[in-house]
Design a protein around this ligand. Structure first.
Ligand code: GLU
Length: 517
């Protein structure tokens, strides 16, 4: 592991939407690194893009961070000595630094108009040169600057980038060098007086005493500009760790096209936050199955952020689903019961088992999309009543081996919560099942009179039916499964009948028999 003591790291999301999985991973790695080295984890909100930043997005980002267990040591809601932690509240700090850079001659005013700059770009392109600013305003005489400023001509402030090369150290890549003539004198303050991202981020990192910048490798091209600013400010340059971005299985940058790309979406499908968190770590590293159930503390103890590879990390929802199933299987029935109650409450299942069942039948992603819409309108989820909650907990052991994401519960076991109703396919199957009417009637009568209501007694009774009725066991099981649930796939037959309870089980089989006459 990298030798370092008490580092200060920061996670700096731009609140332009929910926390994207790639950003969640950046937050996670910063957190792990800070905890591993007894450092400080700063959360900074980069909300300078006023047209795209929203307060709602900030609330959601903070909630997702907390859900993943990534508590920050300084940041929104956690005052610290380096605040404020929201860029829109730090304007005066940026301008103090701009003034200092102007005084020390590292910046100069540039009066070039948009048209002039466009013409420069076009000319560069025509000559096949890289398009960097020509430096036209670099050497304007002080009097001319004064005169044009007094006349009210708009100007930007640019950095006087020195000659030579700029080198920074990246923990994953070693030294990374850029020729300064490919950087060009870049803008740090726009003509409306606002500062640019590169200036704000460096001033923040300097004043917040950040020692390690861990962020996505889409920022590598910004880094030389930022290093030039650090040097102009006479500040120490931090260590960088640019993490590989997340790609979809088609090797394109992860985006909405790939399905769920945000934590809320995944949890609305019934992925577990712990699994998503572990997957985000392991998708760039070797792992064995025992690591699927790691806690955040385990990650802090053993996951080495500095050993990542630099090739893109492929996010595979199928793999995540598999991991989720493994995780569920490693937990107890009681645990699963509790998670299911929370999940079914969140998706509004108890208030509308039929409607939510129809959505879930179209796939967990369809259900998740509807749930998310409802949540963004802040519709309250329905609360489970004691009966529904108890029923869910009783069913949990029956589905434990089959559930991958929690939404899988609904097509498997949603029928327990609604009156008997057949899918057309199931009714057809029942009608085509040999001896179905006799099976249902005999089983209903037998169950009604069963002395003990327990699984072994139910099993004995059902297993006696095929010889008694001279039917194949397969036909008897199919008729009962279809008859109790109205569908073709259910948890184990005996256990399901038992969970239904004697009255429900008998009533359902009788209702099903009535559909056959
Ligand atoms: N706000 C930037 C982003 O969300 C991060 C900037 C940085 O980490 O330096 O991409």
């Amino acid at each position: 592991m990298v030798e370092t003591s008490h580092p200060r790291v920061r996670f700096a999301p731009s609140p332009t939407g929910y926390l994207h999985l790639g950003s969640a991973r950046t937050g996670l790695y910063n957190f792990i690194f800070a905890r591993q080295h007894e450092g400080t984890f700063v959360l900074r909100i980069e909300d300078t893009d006023l047209s795209r930043s929203t307060d709602q997005a900030i609330v959601q980002i903070l909630a997702s961070m907390k859900e993943m267990g990534l508590q920050w040591d300084e940041g929104p809601g956690v005052p610290g000595p380096h605040g404020p932690y929201r860029q829109t509240e730090r304007d005066s700090i940026y301008h103090e630094h701009v003034a200092r850079l102007l005084e020390t001659g590292h910046l100069y005013p540039c009066f070039c108009t948009a048209e002039e700059l466009e013409a420069e770009r076009t000319a560069a392109q025509a000559d096949g040169r890289d398009s960097v600013y020509s430096g036209k305003c670099r050497a304007l005489a002080a009097e001319e600057v004064q005169r044009r400023q007094t006349a009210g001509e708009p100007y930007t402030l640019r950095v006087r980038v020195p000659e030579g090369r700029t080198v920074f150290h990246d923990i994953l890549r070693g030294d990374v060098a850029f020729e300064n003539d490919t950087i060009g004198d870049f803008i740090v303050q726009r003509s409306d007086g606002t500062v640019t991202y590169n200036l704000a981020v460096v001033v923040d990192d300097v004043t917040m005493e950040i020692t390690h910048v861990i962020r996505g490798d889409d920022h590598i091209s910004n880094t030389p500009k930022q290093v030039v600013i650090y040097e102009a400010l006479g500040a120490g340059v931090p260590e960088f760790l640019h993490m590989p971005l997340l790609f979809g299985t088609d090797r394109k940058k992860l985006s909405k096209r790939h399905g769920a790309t945000k934590l809320e979406q995944l949890t609305a499908e019934g992925f577990l936050v712990d699994v998503v968190r572990n997957y985000l770590c392991f998708l760039s590293a070797e792992f064995d199955e025992s690591m699927i159930t790691w806690t955040l503390d385990d990650l802090v103890r053993s996951f080495d952020v500095t050993k990542l590879g630099t090739s893109p990390s492929i996010f595979d929802p199928e793999k995540l689903r598999w991991m989720n199933g493994r995780y569920v299987r490693a937990m107890t029935d009681e645990w699963l019961g509790g998670r299911l109650v929370e999940y079914l409450t969140r998706v509004g299942f108890y208030g509308d088992p039929v409607g939510v069942g129809e959505l879930a039948a179209q796939g967990s992603q369809v259900l998740a999309a509807v749930v998310e819409d409802a949540e963004s309108e802040r519709l309250p989820p329905t609360v489970p009543d004691e009966e529904h909650e108890a029923l869910t907990r009783e069913i949990a052991p029956l589905v434990h081996e089959k559930v991958e994401v929690l939404a899988d519960f609904i097509p498997m076991a949603g029928w327990f919560f609604r009156p008997l109703e057949f899918t057309p396919e199931a009714l057809e199957r029942l009608q085509a099942t040999a001896g179905a009417a006799a099976t249902l009637a005999t089983a209903a009568a037998g169950l009604r009179d069963l002395p003990e209501w327990d699984v072994p007694a139910i099993e004995t009774l059902v297993r006696e039916l095929p010889p008694t009725l001279e039917l194949k066991p397969k036909a008897v099981f199919a008729a009962l499964r279809l008859g109790m649930s109205g569908q073709t796939v259910t948890p184990g037959l005996f256990e399901s009948l038992w969970v239904l309870g004697r009255d429900q089980a008998v009533a359902r089989l009788e209702q099903a028999a009535a559909r056959l006459v």
